[in-house]
Structures are given as C-alpha cells and as structure tokens.
Design a protein around this ligand. Sequence first.
Ligand SMILES: Cc1ncc(COP(=O)(O)O)c(C=O)c1O
Length: 385
Amino acid sequence: MKRWQRAIQDNYGTPTIELVSGKGSVVKDSEGNSYLDFLAGIATNVLGHAHPAIVKAVSKQVSTLGHVSNFYAHPNVLNLAEKLQKMTGDKSARTFFCNSGAEANEAALKLSRKTGKKRVVATKESFHGRTMGALSLTGQPSKRNPFKPLIKGIVHVPFGDSKAMKRAITSKTAMVIVEPIMGEAGVIVPPADYLKNIREYCDQKGALLVFDCVQTGMGRTGDWFGYEYSGIKPDVITLAKGLGGGLPLGAMIALGSASQLFKAGDHGSTFGGNPVATAASLAVISTIEKGKILAHVDEVGEFLLTELALISGVSEVRGAGLLIGLTLEKPKAKEIVKRCQSLGALINAPGDSVIRIAPALNVSLKEAQAFVKIFTQAVKETTNV
Ligand SMILES: Cc1ncc(COP(=O)(O)O)c(C=O)c1O
C-alpha cells in the first residue's frame, strides 16, 4: 500500500491486496490467499484468468508480429471486424477499433458530429467513460462536476423514462446514447419497451441511436450484445471490456448509413486493432461459440438471481445473464465487499446499498454455489440479520 501511494496517483484510492496470478475464476494474492473472482476485472475477463485459448493466441501473435499500426492491414483485425459484422447480423456494419470503452464512446460522439448536427441526449446516472467527451455523455454529477465546463449541447434525461426521452429528442439531435442495462449505476434494467421506443423516436427525428454495450456486450447478458432482447438494432454499438478478454481493446461499430460517415483522416488510434489484442478477441469469440457459453451464462445467471434473492438482508436482485445487481436493506455494501474479500470472494459496490456481481462467463455452477455461501455469510455478519 505504501509503494502504491508513493508511486501511483490517488485517483483510485489504495487497493488493499495485490493480485499476482489467476486460473479460471480463482485469483491469488501476493500473500498466497485465494479468491473467487466475481468481478472479473470489472466485467472484463469473460473467460476468466489464463484461459489456454487466449494464452495460446496471444503468445503466438506477440512472438510473430506485435504491432503494425493502421498504416497496414493485418489478418487478425480483418478477421475480427468480419466476425463482429456477422455477430451484428448486418452486412453494412463497419468497425473502428480502439483500446477502451471511453475511446469507443468518444468515437461515437465524433461520428455523430459528421451528421452535421451537434445535440446529444444521454441518461442520468449513466456511465460512458472518463475522457472529456465520454465524461460529457456520462450522467453522474459527482464524476462530471470537478471537470466542468464539459461539451455543450448534451442533455441527460431519467433512465427508463420513455416520455422524457421522447420530449428530449428533436430534429436537432445528432445522437442518443443509452446503456441497454446501466452497469456502473448499479445494474439498472429499463422497462421492456424502452429501447424499442427510443428507436422509434430516433427514426422520427433522424437521430443516431448508440447503444453503449461496453459492459453489457460480449455475452455478459447471455446475448452477444446487451440490447438483443429488444428486437431492434441501433445505428452504433460501442464495445470494450470483454471484447479483449482481459487485453485492452475497444470498438465502435456503425451500421447502415452511419457506417459511411467517417472519411479518411476523421479519426484514428495508434494501437486500435492491435494484432495481439485482436488475437485475444478472436480466441474469446471462438471459445464462447464452441463451448456454447452463452447458454451457460443464462443457466448460472438464473441460479445466482434466484439464490441471491433468498438471502435475508437483500431487498432486490436484478440484471441479465451474469451482470447482476443487488440492493441491500442497509447501506452496508462497502463493508460487505470487504468481508467477502476476507472470506475469499471479490465483488464491488457501485453504491452504499448496491453490490455488483460480474464473474467470468465460464464460471462453474459449483463456483457460483461457493460464492453464494460466502456472500450469505458476509451479509449475515455485516448486517446482523
Ligand atoms: C457502459 C460503460 N461504458 C463505458 C465505460 C468506460 O470504459 P473504459 O473504462 O474502458 O474507458 C464503462 C466502464 O465501466 C462502462 O461500463
């Protein structure tokens, strides 16, 4: 902890444990303690730690050609873009690769300016990243206020409120950005028809619809993309987190006429589509497909939703697939996270009364059972119920 404070800026606070190795859903710290990793690098390590397919693909690529830049093509970047196109079910899909979720949303914001319009509608409490453009889209005052002035022309409406969204979208709106399920806000699921309604309003006013699937993409909800349950398609999908299976990789996928807005020179990234990160991503996707892991996500997710709701002291459990949020009867989330850590499980608390659970997608039912046991004990000991 002292070394961290002496060498690293204070923006995260100081971690209390140092992780040194991992296998599947188990990580070890530098003192030899093991933990069930039910946060997975914040919903990122979709195949857990040290998955053989990722290790093989990355090792092979880094020993062949580590980086080329976008002055040159590379088989991995082409294969991944084609794969993502298939996954969207839309041949018009064109991908821009970057390295993080914030960058993917920055790219979407810049793309929307190419429509000739400037206004944007986003949602309150949403999280789209920390760079100035992405932060301007983010709807959390505590994160925005210290950095004002942010980009003008962006309004935030209550999440899940179709009427407020309808009122906010005008013929001057360039884009609307929404998380299909709000992740950082505490796993908030909107009403069933919300995404469909927004699609309709965007079509009426000629606005681009952007779904930020950074947290809800890559199988996290049991579908490739978190919006699929709605039956509609956006104009832009942003991805990161699980896309690289633990390596830094982001993507902004544009569909239809939006896919033609960027012209040469409009945007770029030195590392975007890097051969090693895209090798990891290709390994992630083929492993999920071959292992039928999306069906597994539904099964383990259902188990967790049911079991966690039975714990005394938990007032609500919500989510989809393996993105689960719990509201506690008492604002003891931070203490519960700490107690879970000492009992051998890693999770996080996006709010004082809210816990988020996002394990690897290939976590076993047995590991989920072991986690429920630890979590139940932690809630009991912390809230004395
Ligand atoms: C929905 C969503 N969008 C964007 C981001 C930002 O991603 P990154 O931290 O990779 O910039 C996050 C990160 O938590 C997120 O959950």
